[in-house]
Design a binder for this molecule. Structure first.
Ligand SMILES: [Mn+2]
Length: 342
């Protein structure tokens, strides 16, 4: 196996005809100076936002009117991602062009229409839709689907398409792609970190990405509110020995009192997962409607995605999530019961 073949292992799952159709849609958008809506999932992470912004910058520079968005109103970009190049172009749902003006919808890192929030109405409007994703749980929506479950991040698919279009990896485009790569691989620590990840990372660094500055902003910068919230949640940490589960939760009141938003607690789940006795970590964070946003992280044995699917959620084997109802203890009990059955 050559280095090039090894680096592209994830792309073997893709259909060449679909790839050709995707490239054709993008080429037409650029040459026809079309209006292209690029939608990441609600509650955007580094991959969703990085993929959307890289496409926004690259297609925009080549001639398209590329509008990046996530399906939220009001728009909330997590603080660590708020300095990414092109982020000022991210448009709230209320500011988007009318569906009749949009020639192409590109969804990135969103495994189902529900993950698009308010952008779903553009799907329903019958606009040609290109789906770029790496979730094995991706449901079959969209017209042209480039779904690569073995890709570590959606930004790998975006980079491959930009290559096929011969669009340049400028420093800004590379920075957005790198943000997706570094976050979805857990700083190159998760098992999805393979040769293709490192080959792309090397290309992006060569394009001028400031790795140290970007990772400092993504990982080593926390507000006092976030540190206090982390302390509160860690203080409440509970271990269930027979299923090797560590779990904790935060209340709506604690979030409000701290002044920190939900995004301030993203580091919590990875801290919990680091417990030496744990196979699985569970963090419950309150949604405004009274339900819980449950995040799951596995240390390798438990398939977090399969577990989340039992509760109507989804994700990857190492990281997944679902929406839980009831009080926190009831959600934890349901997860423990499911683990004991498995
Ligand atoms: Mn992703």
């Amino acid at each position: 196996m050559t280095t090039a073949q090894l680096a592209e292992a994830w792309s073997e799952d893709l259909d060449q005809g679909d790839l050709d159709r995707a490239v054709e849609l993008l080429r037409r958008a650029v040459e026809g100076r079309q209006t292209v809506l690029i939608a990441g999932h609600v509650g955007p992470d580094g991959d969703a936002l990085g993929a959307a912004l890289a496409l926004h910058l690259a297609l925009g520079a080549a001639g398209a009117r590329a509008v990046p968005t996530v399906g939220e109103d009001p728009l909330k970009v997590p603080a660590p991602l708020s300095d990414l190049p092109g982020v000022e172009g991210v448009t709230s749902v209320s500011g988007l062009p009318d569906p009749t003006e949009v020639s192409l919808l590109i969804t990135v890192d969103a495994a189902s229409p529900e993950r698009l929030g308010s952008v779903q109405r553009y799907l329903d409007a019958g606009i040609p839709t290109l789906v770029l994703d790496h979730h094995a749980s991706s449901t079959s929506f969209g017209d042209v689907r480039i779904v690569a479950p073995r890709a570590a991040a959606t930004v790998q698919i975006v980079a491959a398409l930009l290559d096929r279009l011969s669009l340049p990896l400028t420093r800004d485009v590379a920075t957005c792609l790198y943000a997706g790569l570094v976050t979805d691989t857990g700083r190159f620590g998760h098992p999805n970190t393979d040769a293709s990840v490192m080959v792309l990372a090397g290309r992006l660094l060569a394009a001028g990405v400031d790795h140290a500055e970007l990772t400092r902003r993504l990982y080593d910068t926390r507000s006092l509110a976030e540190l206090r919230l982390l302390g509160r949640a860690l203080d409440r940490l509970t271990f269930v020995p027979d299923v090797a589960l560590v779990h904790t939760h935060l209340t709506q009141e604690e979030l409000e009192r701290s002044g920190g938003g939900l995004e301030a607690t993203e580091a919590l789940i990875d801290l919990l997962r680091s417990a030496d006795v744990a196979e699985l970590a569970l963090v419950l964070k309150p949604n405004v409607d009274g339900t819980w946003r449950a995040s799951l992280r596995s240390r390798g044995v438990v398939d977090a995605g399969a577990l989340a699917a039992r509760f109507g959620g989804g994700g990857h084997a190492a990281a997944a999530g679902f929406t839980g109802a009831g009080d926190a203890a009831e959600v934890v009990t349901a997860v423990v019961d499911a683990l004991r059955e498995a």
